[in-house]
Design a protein around this ligand. Structure first.
Ligand SMILES: Cc1ncc(COP(=O)(O)O)c(C=O)c1O
Length: 371
């Protein structure tokens, strides 16, 4: 089976995890600090980096820390993983779904502007597949309306926008290091922000609201068992074991990203002669290429998916639009999102896919359309 995605770990990750085992304390410990520093170096930023147990927790913490709560509205594209919407719901706020641009599949700025109300507290753009949303326009909306921008950058760890890495220029960016992301911690996430107040609160809230001055140091000699709990918090910190995996992975990340670019380019040239499919429009060279998403224009997406599966090739449909789930169903009609959902197909892409796998995928797709 050619898998649509997979995490790739080896001896380096095992060596790191062994160190974490030998240390004997697996919770919030020194490797989390080290990993946060490595993230700063990778992103080339001196902003605050706070690691979490997953990307959903990162989004929830970020929204919570800027005060999103019951009765607030938060704008997001419906075309995203349900984690984005659930992070908003977890704050008691109402997710307000907007459309995406039909070409780029990224948040539609005009629709965002149409849906801003007095209750809009934040906007959560999603950098789908690592392609970066129109951040210039979104940061302008932030200035105009005082609405916070919390980037769902789950796919975009390493993507570059106007010469800078995601996380180094926006308001608050949230990343995921889950098992199949561009780099993995097993499970994990992080928040990067230049908002020192939000960062302070996030550090406290990620560990049950426990005041960081006493509990958050990873230097055991400075730890005290006395602590205060000034705010509501969650059990959202990253573990030393997950950070250990991240420390090994981040060293490989440039290689992973370069390889994904190569794969995306190969697909572009292998599939360019099939009129029934539309290839991605984003700039492969500047982004992580977390997914490679084609659009099947002749209504045969399901048949193609099945045909590939019959030939041991897995493909994906990411994502089911959130406004169609029973939890969020209203009378919302988002034409571009609904059209994209009918057409999209994610082809296999990961660091261990081979040239011959790519040729096999391409041959089978050609064969399907020639039938
Ligand atoms: C767009 C998007 N947002 C948020 C998340 C949540 O990340 P995690 O799985 O680490 O909780 C994901 C994970 O797949 C995602 O794809």
């Amino acid at each position: 089976m050619i898998k649509v995605s997979r995490g790739c770990c080896g001896q380096e990750e095992l060596d790191q995890v062994k160190e974490a085992f030998d240390y004997g304390y697996f919770g919030l410990a020194y490797k989390v600090n080290e990993f946060e520093q490595e993230i700063q170096k990778f992103i080339q930023t001196d902003r605050e980096v706070i690691c979490t147990c997953n990307g959903t927790a990162a989004l929830h913490l970020a929204l919570d820390a800027i005060g999103v709560s019951e009765g607030d509205e938060v704008i997001l594209p419906s075309f995203t993983f349900v984690a984005t919407a659930q992070a908003i719901s977890s704050c008691g706020a109402n997710p307000v779904f907007v459309d995406v641009d039909e070409e780029t599949m990224l948040i539609d700025i005009e629709d965002v502007r149409r849906k801003i109300t007095d209750r809009t507290k934040a906007i959560v753009p999603v950098h789908y597949s690592g392609a970066v949303c129109d951040m210039e326009a979104l940061l302008k909306i932030k200035e105009e309306y005082g609405i916070r921008i919390i980037e769902d950058a789950a796919h975009a760890f390493g993507s570059v926008y106007k010469g800078k890495k995601v996380g180094s220029f926006g308001d608050i960016a949230c990343f995921s290091f889950d098992s199949i992301k561009v780099m993995t911690c097993g499970e994990g996430g992080c928040i990067i922000t230049n908002d020192k107040d939000a960062a302070e609160l996030i550090r406290i809230k990620r560990l049950l609201g426990i005041d960081r001055k006493t509990m958050h140091t990873t230097d055991w000699k400075k730890r005290s068992w006395k602590y205060d709990v000034p705010v509501t918090g969650y059990r959202y910190h990253m573990s030393n074991i997950n950070a250990a995996i991240g420390l090994a992975q981040i060293k490989k990340l440039n290689g992973f990203i370069d390889y994904r670019k190569k794969v995306a380019k190969s697909y572009n040239s292998l599939l360019s002669d099939i009129p029934e499919i539309k290839l991605p429009v984003y700039d492969i060279d500047t982004i992580t290429n977390f997914m490679y998403v084609i659009r099947v224009k002749n209504g045969k997406r399901e048949e193609l998916k099945q045909y590939l599966m019959d030939h041991d090739i897995e493909s994906g449909i990411s994502y089911i639009p959130c406004h169609t789930f029973s939890l969020y169903k209203g009378n919302n009609h988002l034409p571009a999102t609904e059209k994209i959902y009918e057409e999209l197909l994610c082809l296999p892409i990961h660091p261990e896919i081979t040239e011959s796998d790519l040729k096999e995928v391409s041959d089978r797709i050609h064969e399907f359309f020639r039938k």
